[in-house]
Design a protein around this ligand. Structure first.
Ligand code: NI
Length: 173
């Protein structure tokens, strides 16, 4: 089983490389990532979080099916932004409100390598932006004020020390 790396691991700060071809091996990685995401009850998981430097992430937003995004690109974002609470499987425990575009159009290849485009809003838009950040070595804490980032890192460190996972990962990506 793939292991989700956590805050401090260098993989989380690296930029993933574009996928040249959707091979059976890549499909297997996507399937394993879907399984790991479900196991952690997460809403999204990026390849960099399992130490694979390819532009691939998977999502499982509430009221949405499982999705695979390969070489994802944001084609357009709306002007409107919204604040939503985020968590991250690589920073299990703490959550914080992050401001991001509310609407966007994303293009990617699916698990079969077919190009698709989607207009999204709400939780799925939020998850896509969070996961795309991961592929560029960016974490949700990078969007926070210094005070909020310190709070999240402190809570993470404390929770980590207690090693009480519980359902703290729920709805994280
Ligand atoms: Ni995350």
């Amino acid at each position: 089983m793939l292991e989700v790396v956590t805050l401090g691991h260098p993989a989380l700060r690296r930029r993933a490389e574009p996928v040249a071809e959707v091979t059976p091996e890549l499909r297997r990685l996507a399937d394993e990532m879907l399984a790991v995401m479900k196991q952690h009850e997460g809403v999204g998981l990026a390849a960099t979080q399992v130490n694979r430097m390819v532009r691939l992430f998977v999502t499982r937003a509430p009221d949405d099916r499982e999705r695979v995004f390969i070489n994802p690109e944001i084609i357009r974002t709306g002007i409107e932004t919204e604040w939503r609470e985020e968590g991250c499987l690589s920073i299990p425990g703490p959550r914080a409100d992050v401001q991001r575009p509310a609407h966007l159009r994303v293009q990617a290849r699916n698990r079969r390598g077919r190009l698709f485009a989607l207009e999204v809003e709400g939780m799925l838009a939020r998850v896509i932006l969070h996961e795309l950040d991961h592929l560029n070595g960016i974490l949700f804490i990078d969007h926070l004020s210094d005070a909020e980032r310190e709070r999240v890192c402190r809570e993470y460190a404390e929770g980590h020390a207690e090693a009480s996972a519980g359902d703290a990962d729920r709805d994280a990506g």
